[in-house]
Design a protein around this ligand. Sequence first.
Ligand code: NAP
Length: 247
Amino acid sequence: MSKLTKTALITGGSRGIGRACAVRLAKSGYQVYVTYVSSPEPALETCKMVEQSGGKASAFALDIGDYQAIVDFFKEKIKDQVFLDVLVNNAGQTKDGLLVRMSQEQWQQIINVNLNGSFFCLQQAAKIMMRQKTGRIINISSVTAQSGNPGQANYTAAKAGLIGLTKTAAQELAPRNITVNAVAPGFIETDMTASLNDEVKEKYQSMIPLKRFGSAEDIAETVAFLASPEASYITGQVLSINGGMYM
Ligand code: NAP
């Protein structure tokens, strides 16, 4: 790939919201880089979907819970290789449990992947974008960061941390023409929510004024907007895409 190829990097682009972001950003003309952690097949399927609609995509294994892996990835695949226009910090995990029963491992794993991993990707991207004097960083937070959610102390703390990180990074990076925003999805139909039982899903649906769950594409449209020239004066914001739901 050419050093000047405009590139959008989407962590966790193998499934769900990340995949939809990859397909949508490719339609905006970016070469997309997607990362995955479990198995390559879904990520390769994302690449196929992008290529079928005329775009370019590449998939990379990257555990964002591993600091050194992040540093190596940016050094080997991004820095001096591509023009990094957009980073979507999307990769995320849940490991729910009531807080009094939450193990140290359960807490640390979710903070490590959702918050630490996003920070270290943002840090690496910022160094490259500062030299470029332009860039867009979009952090995928959650409605639960704004409202809390019983059983998700680890996840909500990590996602709320991402909002604080977004606001600080926006101020530090603005002088280099880099915008940093967060998107806070509500209940979106992906693998992450597929395992919830019908009773829980009905409870959530009853709390959504628009009376439907969101789609990954709903989030991807917002991400594409934040990456677009039309959003160049928006930074440090949290866009809630939740059908009006506040738990
Ligand atoms: P998903 O379908 O479960 O997909 C998660 C993605 O993250 C996958 O691509 C997965 O890669 C990747 N991932 C997980 N752990 C990783 C790690 N340690 N290193 C690198 N990649 C990792 O989830 P989703 O619903 O699309 O969620 C995407 C983002 O939106 C997450 O940050 C999530 O917290 C947030 N969000 C989702 C909802 C919702 O209702 N779905 C609501 C609010 C916020 P593999 O395929 O390789 O496992």
